[in-house]
Design a protein around this ligand. Sequence first.
Ligand SMILES: Nc1ncnc2c1ncn2[C@@H]1O[C@H](COP(=O)(O)OP(=O)(O)OP(=O)(O)O)[C@@H](O)[C@H]1O
Ligand SMILES: Nc1ncnc2c1ncn2[C@@H]1O[C@H](COP(=O)(O)OP(=O)(O)OP(=O)(O)O)[C@@H](O)[C@H]1O
Ligand SMILES: [Mg+2]
Ligand SMILES: [Mg+2]
Lengths: 255, 255
Amino acid sequence: MAVISIANQKGGVGKTTLTVNLAAALTQQNKKVLVVDTDPQGNATTSLIGLEDLETTLLEIVMDNIPPEEAVITIEKSFGNMYLLPAPPELALANIEIEGTGNLSYMKDILEQLKHQFDYILIDTPPSVSSLMLASLIASDGVIVPLQAEFLALEGLSQMWKLMETIRNGMNPFLELIGVVINMWDPRTILARQVLEEVKRVLGDKAFDIVIPRTVRVAEAPSHALTLLEYAPESKATQAFLELANEVDSRCKAM
Amino acid sequence: MAVISIANQKGGVGKTTLTVNLAAALTQQNKKVLVVDTDPQGNATTSLIGLEDLETTLLEIVMDNIPPEEAVITIEKSFGNMYLLPAPPELALANIEIEGTGNLSYMKDILEQLKHQFDYILIDTPPSVSSLMLASLIASDGVIVPLQAEFLALEGLSQMWKLMETIRNGMNPFLELIGVVINMWDPRTILARQVLEEVKRVLGDKAFDIVIPRTVRVAEAPSHALTLLEYAPESKATQAFLELANEVDSRCKAM
Ligand SMILES: Nc1ncnc2c1ncn2[C@@H]1O[C@H](COP(=O)(O)OP(=O)(O)OP(=O)(O)O)[C@@H](O)[C@H]1O
Ligand SMILES: Nc1ncnc2c1ncn2[C@@H]1O[C@H](COP(=O)(O)OP(=O)(O)OP(=O)(O)O)[C@@H](O)[C@H]1O
Ligand SMILES: [Mg+2]
Ligand SMILES: [Mg+2]
């Protein structure tokens, strides 16, 4: 069993895309996977179930002490059941209230009650360093960092590294970097190749060999509330997610 | 004189790119422009001056009451001087402390002391709803929202709208939406055309007619600490920023 945060404070690098499609790929490989959406944008929620009215979400669990099982939604897919703990937009302003309390272990407490039912828990985190992101890192065994092969995104990697150090030296000494995965890969640009070389030089085997190619199919799938496995099963990006799932599974077994 | 926040809680849509290059375009049209970087990632700071050690930044002004003029950096460009109030990475964890105080008018107080020296103040905001973003909106006359022509980015627009309503009904009744500008425009995808139609239908003339095309030149410029005007003066994206500056200037005169 592993709890994994998909995190990068840089925005728009593919955190939600990776969370949803890695969860689908792991499910296809007979793992029982819970997706926890901690981003008030609710993109993981929209990508999996569309725009539905939700009664119980992460907000009610944190603010009203509702048992977490009550909020978990089962989503029947052709390749198996996926499970989701959704996030509402109201979580944004509530997050500023939660930050006032200084309690950063609420996520760890919630996931303690759910862990035994799943092989993996994947947490989609919001961009920017915030208590929502810190609480997710504190609750996690490992982190996967999606990275765009661009200059500004590369800059952010050192900040992500320092943040993980702070968490490891404080609230969660066991937090490991499972790996960095390049997303929106476009081999035609020199910039992308320069960034990939730099990432491999700096990170060594912490950089996954698998890269997720840029393909418009990825950006279309959420508007149909479909994972890439269903929407474009033959796409190179789908193959990349399936290979990544294999690699993540073997790295977690070695953790 | 206008204070404008460049904001969208969705990550990676081009907030920093728009702030830096719109500031450059307005400077070329003989306006005196201050860029305020409120994102702890410091991408606007890196894009304008590279990775320098900074003594006084936004953090020292907010936490140590240093006069704001002391932190303003002058950057000599071929087309005129640009001005920057930089952000350090330490602002991220300090932000959680600032949120505890509940004081959201600190940015307004800082900019009151600088306003008289400039024609425009453009504020680059971080992704996610946070006190850094709220404080910037409270200090602003108007907001420009960059938008990627993709499904998940379109979802976020209604949340941005609700957030502006909350601010208008509370701390800043004068806050106006100057406009929404489509960035990373790629006419080849059907998805992009569908999103553009939807934006025009929902927003009417609040949607700028000018779109910023996707071009790798934009992503390369920050690694040289150059604005697009210097790095790729003939690029279609540069032309778009110059046209956008004209349009923003006439909309602000009518505000
Ligand atoms: N490999 C890819 N190819 C093409 N488009 C992609 C790819 N990965 C992600 N996208 C698209 O890029 C946009 C950003 O991705 P996504 O929303 O997953 O990033 P994020 O890091 O979760 O963003 P945020 O920081 O706002 O949470 C989305 O519109 C998504 O559909
Ligand atoms: N028109 C464009 N064409 C090509 N690349 C672009 C364009 N606009 C932005 N980019 C690139 O896309 C990435 C995201 O842009 P940027 O960092 O400006 O977004 P942001 O909204 O400020 O992100 P964040 O939410 O992390 O603050 C950057 O690498 C940038 O160089
Ligand atoms: Mg996301
Ligand atoms: Mg930015």
